[in-house]
Design a binder for this molecule. Sequence first.
Ligand SMILES: Cc1ncc(COP(=O)(O)O)c(C=O)c1O
Length: 347
Amino acid sequence: MEIDYSKRSFSYYPTNAIVYAKCIDGKWSKPEVTDDFNLSLHCFAGVFHYAPCCFEGLKAFRGVDGRVRLFRPDENVKRMQSSAAYLDMPAPSMELFLEMCISCVQANWDFIPPYESPSASLYLRPVLFGYNPQLGIHSAKDVMFVVMASGVGTYSGAKSLVPGTAVLSRNYDRAATYGSGGYKLGANYAQSLHAYNLAHKMGYRELLFLDSATHSHIEEFGSSNFFAIKHGCYVTPNSPSVLPSITNKSLRKVAEEFGLKVERRTIFVDELDTFEEVNSCGTAVVITPICRIDDKATLESGTITREYKYSEECGPISKKLYDRIIGIQKGLEEDTYGWCMFVNEPK
Ligand SMILES: Cc1ncc(COP(=O)(O)O)c(C=O)c1O
């Protein structure tokens, strides 16, 4: 059956198979590919109680040449390893992580969207979690690592580069100053769900978190990093409690290539008034322009105290950055940085 990827958003859509491996007593099992998506877990497994869980997100694209590419998967491995180290639990090696991602793409080959579907991709979700039964509060000794996939469209379901609105989160924090925000832990997302739901109920596309200590500077969106363009400069927050986004890292490189100055620094809320282009960026959202940011005393309040307005269309510099990144991912432009890893069709 032909899938119409233009009707898809960033959601779970069934695929053929998942790939999993376990690390028990420090020894990794051989990865297995299965069409059974239901895992059997002990109800005392740490993941159900103290949330020893981290995950990643990366995309496989079908290029203009028909070849399938993963975008910077080595960066996802490094980030998962640093998340697992923060949780003091075992992590897959670079080789195992890449091998399982490749197996997952190959097992779900028919669900890789065609090149002609703009903004569609096979999204991979590698998840690592505490597996052994435990009761006391300590890190997971044994872990399970699962790589699953979903053939997705744009994050919002709208066409790509359609701007959305955001609201500042004044009375809910995503991550503590000296906390886990710089790691991709499931617990960070649990922390943001309630506030996110409030923002969505009020019709906002995104929620923009501030630093938890002073609520005076910008951290990141619930789903993605923040970047802005001002006087030929690419500006993005520099904070240990912001997730180090692979997309943002790639965009900074491309921005330099385009002759933009790149600044990673503290961005005070007032500075929002001075930006020419504001965007969220990440694997799932790619680049999503923001056309308005509302400031309110609380998310629950109906009164907007200040409004920051931007263009109703994607800004020209952001569009150029978007085209370059997508161009590399889909094989339209030369991958000068060697960011893409090719995956061969299964035999
Ligand atoms: C909170 C948060 N920040 C930033 C990002 C962007 O990171 P990346 O570009 O590595 O996908 C994501 C998405 O993965 C995210 O969930």
